[in-house]
Ligand binder design. Structure first.
Ligand code: SAH
Ligand code: SF4
Length: 446
């Protein structure tokens, strides 16, 4: 027998990138507004919701496994509602496969239907039927949705949705629709409310922030300048930038600012012009190097990170070596690395791909080795310097008491005589590890 007065509990999980995490925060906000409480595990949930990722095949394979495992909870509690949403199900063939394979999944909705969650859930519950909504994800922007944020200290603010770049390997434009930007006033209002509420770091997010605002006659550099005018002691970060659209105005805005993070995440993907052209990236390796030199000249101490794909269809040993040589020349602080994954519906699927999986894995390991060597050198330059760190809590390395991130986006573990969680502190760097810096909080103010 069910207790009618019992508060319904939701168990939600989000996979993938920060755009998906941001959708997950909206989904949780909507559920909280509908009266749901939240539970940390699926066992006692009345609603289980998985927000999926589609960027690589292994994310999808894992999601199918995770969804399959949920049948057990439905057997124990037949009233349980199971919902699957996100990028993966926005693909028609996947939504169909899910419906056919997992009859116990009650609700499937795509990235364009997040705001409709209350009506979709009501339909499932009151009509006791399975519901699918993967209608267009290119529609307008829905402002004012409730957001249940994962952190009181740091907040992600999407500034735009979708992507028009159609890099030949990438599924994002198909599962998140055409590029569309929020109005600057809506973004600044959200940022101001967050900062007034105690948030110390805001991240402005988009698939290609450098093309933000075209439809409103706005620019990303302009938006950053507006954001930093908000009163208060806070930091602004942003991602992702695209080399073909990065403007000198953006570099100037960062260089002239005391609040915008001195960190540029600029995905290069490959160091071979032949592969970059097949990827439809719109720049050459030389142009990429020139942008970095220019940015480093203007912004002393700039940290540069990147994304790299290994084993794109037809990548030869020579192409791969060009990637290694570019990494050595640039000296990235760190990089996200991926083995190319075939995505149905994208252009690269049709390209010949003669390189074996074993060879691609070997190149991947070699790439990690070079990144470790160059990243180690890059981190070494911080030793002896004082960085401004936003303290997030207890140390991550086990070697120092507290942890946080510097304005360069680097993890810093440090000792401090007082608990400085939630505050900005100046930390003198003493040692560099592979993925973090170690140091000591300074008592002297800037
Ligand atoms: N909009 C951002 C991020 C997109 S997805 C950008 O343009 O940089 C994040 C990263 O996933 C990409 O930069 C790319 O390196 C990687 N990626 C995307 N599709 C992929 C695929 N099919 N196989 C392997 N890696 C992929
Ligand atoms: Fe994908 Fe390219 Fe758009 Fe990034 S810019 S989301 S890699 S299509």
């Amino acid at each position: 027998m069910t207790d009618k007065n019992k508060r319904l509990l939701a168990y939600t999980r989000t996979y993938g990138c920060r755009a998906n995490v941001s959708d997950g925060e909206k989904i949780n906000g909507i559920l909280a507004e509908m009266g749901y409480g939240f539970t940390g595990g699926p066992e006692n949930a009345d609603l289980i919701l998985l927000n999926t990722c589609a960027v690589r095949e292994n994310a999808e394979t894992r999601a199918f496994g995770n969804i399959g495992a949920l049948v057990h909870f439905k057997r124990v509690n037949p009233d349980l509602i199971i919902a699957v949403c996100g990028c993966m199900v926005q693909q028609g063939h996947i939504a169909e496969k899910l419906r056919a394979t997992f009859p116990f999944v009650d609700l499937i909705f795509g990235t364009g239907a997040v705001h409709k969650l209350p009506e979709l859930l009501t339909e499932v519950i009151s009509e006791k039927k399975r519901v699918t909504d993967i209608t267009a994800c290119s529609g307008g922007i829905v402002e004012g949705l409730p957001v249940k944020r994962g952190s009181a200290l740091k907040a992600d603010i999407p500034v735009m949705f979708g992507c028009d770049n159609f890099c030949s390997y990438c599924v994002v434009p198909y599962v998140r629709g055409r590029e569309r930007s929020r109005l600057p006033a809506d973004i600044i209002k959200e940022a101001r409310e967050l900062i007034n509420g105690g948030v110390k770091e805001i991240a402005l997010l988009g698939q290609n922030v450098n093309s933000y605002g075209k439809e409103h006659g706005a620019t990303f550099a302009g938006l950053l300048r507006e954001a930093e005018k908000i009163n208060g002691d806070f930091r602004v970060t942003y991602m992702t930038s695209h080399p073909k659209d990065l403007s000198p105005e953006l570099i100037d805005a960062v260089a002239e600012s005391g609040k915008i993070s001195r960190h540029l995440h600029l995905p290069v993907q490959s160091g071979s012009d032949r592969i970059l052209s097949l990827m439809n990236r719109g720049y050459s390796a030389k142009q990429y190097e020139d942008i970095i030199s220019f940015a480093r000249e203007k912004i002393p101490g700039l940290s540069v990170t990147t994304d790299i794909i290994v084993g794109f269809p037809g990548e030869t040993r020579a192409d791969f070596e060009e990637t290694l040589s570019l990494i050595r020349k640039i000296g990235f602080d760190s990089a996200y690395t991926f083995i190319y994954s075939k995505r149905e519906g994208t252009k690269a699927v049709r390209l010949p791909d003669p390189v074996t999986a074993a060879e691609k894995s070997a190149r991947f390991r070699e790439l990690l080795g070079v990144l470790e060597e160059t990243g180690g050198k890059a981190y070494g330059r911080y030793i002896g310097k004082t960085l401004r760190v936003l303290c997030e809590g207890e140390g991550r390395t086990g070697k120092r008491g507290y942890t946080g991130k510097s304005g360069e986006g680097v993890i810093v573990d440090f000792d401090s005589p007082a608990d400085v969680t939630g505050e900005f502190v100046n930390v003198r760097i003493e040692e560099a590890l592979k993925w973090a810096l170690l140091g000591k909080a300074q008592t002297i103010r800037e």
